[in-house]
Every structure is written in structure tokens, then in C-alpha cells.
Design a protein around this ligand. Structure first.
Ligand code: EPU
Length: 434
């Protein structure tokens, strides 16, 4: 039997705002952790589902705040949404085109996918400017450029973007920057446009392939997803399908780094090792032992780690989303490491918090210069965004004493059951009212 969940995002947020995540450090992580479905796929697959004229079933859905917000958005647009644990059934047939309540749209970055998906479904969309983690400037000019190339007109009034394009036509679109969001958004708008769309300099992230896979199962004609040229031939109609979300490579990478930082021995289960290669390679360079199997990765931590230089790049480069977590590990390596973020110029809000724990780090432009090895000390710290939260969790796991992390609502945005998963690995983690 399916359970219809009337989940209140606001209610959960209020709870998260009054909570802190506490960690007593010093325990080596040991055991197996099972990785959830990918957040950044889920928040694109849900809007993709509205393009169909039949029911879509999405399996392996992570139970995280961004997904709950998206479910609420769809309900506001009158879609039928049935949610049962990790499965979401979306019946988009009775959906209406209207403005989504600002509070929900500004809650998450990926609300921008409503622009492409509603444009494809209704020939128009009116969506507030997206929110999400504050990582410095996050323009959406490439999304807009794509919609315009397909023939849509744009108007921005009072923080809302109105797109109109009843008769979208395929076009050649060259992205000036490699953008995950723009690549997916243009795909969403183009699958039902007349003729062929070619996206050049497209992003190649596994999440893009996942979105192309669901759209193809719904009847779309997409070639080249996962390469930098994607060709989409528009079709009249899309139907329903059942789709299972790929594993979350960023959640997996976070646990790989946590296992290494605590000198633990952890099996990371239900993963696609190929998606983790950029992380595996760096961890091996630092001195972590890694064995790969079909859907598992074994991480064996060591007593001594070497410093490393890391530069974030679009996939298959080292992901910006693990730049903050790996900084915490590098505080435990001997010597000087440099972590440069080429994607977000100011994704460094975790550094001041790590310094409060005793880390020796300087931010110079786009780089963090980390002097190891330092014994971190537990204290009160604050997560300013999702991956900053992950970095502080890892720091807390190897610190002396108790680390209390506020800003839990950011961590809940992207990590399913983080304290249960860590507890299962032997960490001492709990939530407390502030
Ligand atoms: N950019 C532009 N113009 C655009 C779009 C992007 O200049 O129109 C720039 C951005 O400012 C950034 C770079 O291009 O410097 C890459 O941005 P991208 O569009 O790829 O990022 P995004 O789609 O907004 C997604 C993930 C992020 C992840 C980035 C990079 C989702 C919902 N978010 O964001 O995930 O950091 O790709 O891989 O998929 C996270 O999970 O913590 C997270 C922030």
C-alpha cells in the first residue's frame, strides 16, 4: 500500500534550525555504509517527470530535504504525488501552469529546472529566481541563453522569470561555461521542441546521463549524454516509465573521505566505482588504500598521509562538491596542501570554522592552503552550506572531544540519515536541541 505523505518542509526546517549535530571524535569508522540515490539527479528527475502524459515511478529516491521541497512544489502545481519510502510516483496529467510559491522556489537551487520542464510541458513558465547554497555568484545566463535559442521570450519582474515559447524549435547552443544546470534545463525544454537541438560544450556529469535516461525511457530522442555534444530530436509526446536513480557519488565520496580521515576501514556499498574515479585517484595519492568491486569500494585508512594539491573541475575532474570535505582530511596529512576551486570562487566558508577547531589554513584567492598535520579540537561550529556541513562532520570525527555543528538544515538538504549511517559505522553522533 502506498502512503501519501503530507510532509511540511517548513515544519522540518523549524526542527533543523533548533538542532545541532554533535560528534565525539576519535573513533575509527568501521563497517559498511549503503549509499542513497543521487540528490543532484533526484532534483532534476522529478521536474523531468512533468513532461510526460502518464505516471512516472522513480525508485531509489533519497530522503533529503531538497526532495521533500520538490514534492511540495509539484503538489502546488496540482500533480498527484505518491511517496512511499524511497519511491515516488508522479501523475502529472492534471498539473496546471502557475507561479510556484516563492518560499519553496528559493529553498533550493534546482527549482530552476521548473523553467525548462514547464516550458516544455506548457509552453510557458513563471518561476522565482532560485535559491540554494550560497557559494558566491551563481548566474543562470546559460540556461536563459538556451531557452532563447529555442525561441522562448524572457521577462523578469520582481524576482520572477517569465518564459514564453509555445512553438519551441530546435537550435544549436554552445555553452560558454560547462554547466550542469544549463545542460539539463536545455534538455528539458528541447525534448518536445520541433526539430533537432544540439548542445555543445555540454556538461558530462553522470547526473546528466541519468536525466537523459529517464527522458529516453519516456520516449525522448537524446544522443550523446555523457559527452560534450548532446543531440536531441524533439518528439510530440512523452509517456510514463519507471526509473531508478543512480547512486550519489558525492555522498559516497564524503563517506570515503570520512573513512580515510578516521583511519577506518569501510565498505562503501551500492556505488558505481567509475563515477568515483576522480576521488579514488586523489585518495590513493594521499595514501589511502582502496579496493574496487562491482558495486562496492573498500577504503582502508592509514596512520600517515601525504599532502596533495587538488583543483576542482567539471566531471570527470575532481568535484567541487568534495572540495570542502577533502580539506578536512588534508588537515590530517603531513605538509602543505593546496585546494583550488575552479568552479566556485568563494566556496570557502567552512575554513573559518575549521580554524576554530585548530586547523591551520589560509585562503588565497580561489585556493585554500592547508598546513598539516594538526590535532583538531572539538568546539561549537556552524555549517553555512551543505558541503561545509560535511566538511565539519569529517573534522568532528577526527577531533578531540565534542564538536557541535549548527546549521543542520543544510546538511539535511543532501545527506540521508547522516547520523544513523555514521552511528552504524561506529561513530558517536547525536542530535541535540540548541
Ligand atoms: N555558471 C554560469 N552561468 C550559468 C550557469 C553556471 O556562469 O548559466 C557557472 C557557475 O557560476 C559555476 C559553473 O558555471 O561557476 C558551474 O555551475 P553549474 O551550472 O554546473 O552548477 P549548478 O548546475 O548550479 C550543480 C550542482 C551543484 C554542483 C555544481 C557543479 C545541482 C542541483 N547542483 O549546480 O551541487 O556544485 O553543479 O558540479 O545539481 C551540491 O550538491 O552541494 C551542489 C552545490
Amino acid at each position: 500500500m502506498h502512503l501519501l505523505v503530507h510532509f511540511s518542509v517548513k515544519a522540518q526546517e523549524v526542527i533543523s534550525l533548533t538542532e545541532q549535530l554533535c560528534i565525539r571524535g576519535g573513533r575509527r569508522l568501521k563497517g559498511t555504509v549503503s549509499i542513497s540515490g543521487a540528490k543532484n539527479s533526484a532534483v532534476a528527475l522529478i521536474p523531468a517527470a512533468i513532461l510526460g502524459n502518464q505516471t512516472i515511478t522513480i525508485d531509489n529516491l533519497p530522503e533529503i530535504r531538497d526532495v521533500h521541497i520538490y514534492k511540495q512544489i509539484l503538489k502546488q502545481l496540482s500533480a498527484k504525488v505518491i511517496y512511499n519510502k524511497s519511491q515516488l510516483i508522479i501523475d502529472p496529467r492534471e498539473m496546471v501552469c502557475k507561479t510556484v510559491q516563492d518560499g519553496l522556489v528559493t529553498e533550493l537551487r534546482a527549482s530552476y529546472y521548473l523553467m525548462g520542464a514547464m516550458l516544455g510541458r506548457f509552453g510557458e513558465s513563471c518561476v522565482g529566481l532560485p535559491g540554494g547554497c550560497n557559494l558566491g555568484p551563481r548566474p543562470i545566463d546559460q540556461h536563459i541563453k538556451g531557452f532563447q535559442a529555442l525561441g522562448a521570450t524572457i521577462e523578469q519582474r520582481k524576482g520572477t522569470i517569465y518564459l514564453r515559447g509555445k512553438d519551441l524549435r530546435g537550435a544549436k547552443i554552445y555553452l560558454d561555461v560547462v554547466s550542469v544546470g544549463a545542460t539539463i534545463n536545455i534538455m528539458l525544454a528541447a525534448v518536445k521542441a520541433k526539430g533537432q537541438t544540439i548542445i555543445e560544450n555540454a556538461a558530462k556529469e553522470p547526473e546528466i546521463v541519468d536525466v537523459a535516461t529517464i527522458l529516453t525511457s519516456m520516449g525522448a530522442d537524446i544522443k550523446g549524454a555523457g559527452t560534450d555534444i548532446i543531440k536531441i530530436t524533439g518528439v510530440e509526446e512523452l509517456g510514463g516509465c519507471r526509473h531508478s536513480i543512480i547512486p550519489d557519488r558525492i555522498e559516497a565520496g564524503t563517506y570515503m573521505i570520512a573513512a580515510a580521515a578516521t583511519k577506518g576501514e569501510v565498505i562503501i556499498d551500492s556505488v558505481i566505482p567509475k563515477h568515483l574515479e576522480p576521488i579514488t585517484a586523489k585518495l590513493r595519492e594521499i595514501g589511502v588504500e582502496i579496493e574496487e568491486a562491482d558495486e562496492q569500494i573498500l577504503i582502508k585508512g592509514n596512520e600517515v598521509y601525504k599532502s596533495a594539491d587538488i583543483k576542482t573541475l567539471p566531471y570527470p575532474g575532481f568535484p567541487t562538491d568534495l572540495q570542502q570535505p577533502i580539506t578536512s582530511l588534508l588537515t590530517q596529512a603531513n605538509g602543505c596542501s593546496i585546494v583550488t576551486d575552479n568552479i566556485y570562487s568563494s566556496r570557502f566558508k567552512h575554513i573559518d570554522e575549521l580554524k576554530r577547531m585548530g586547523a591551520c589554513i589560509k585562503v588565497e584567492g580561489r585556493s585554500a592552503v592547508i598546513e598539516g598535520k594538526v590535532q583538531l579540537q572539538g568546539t561549537n561550529v556552524s555549517a553555512s552550506d551543505l558541503r561545509a556541513g560535511a566538511a565539519l562532520v569529517i573534522a568532528g570525527l577526527c577531533a578531540d572531544g565534542v564538536t557541535s555543528i549548527s546549521g543542520v538544515q543544510y546538511i539535511d538538504r543532501g545527506y540521508e540519515n547522516i547520523e544513523q549511517k555514521l552511528t552504524q559505522l561506529g561513530a558517536e553522533v547525536w542530535r541535540e536541541q540548541i
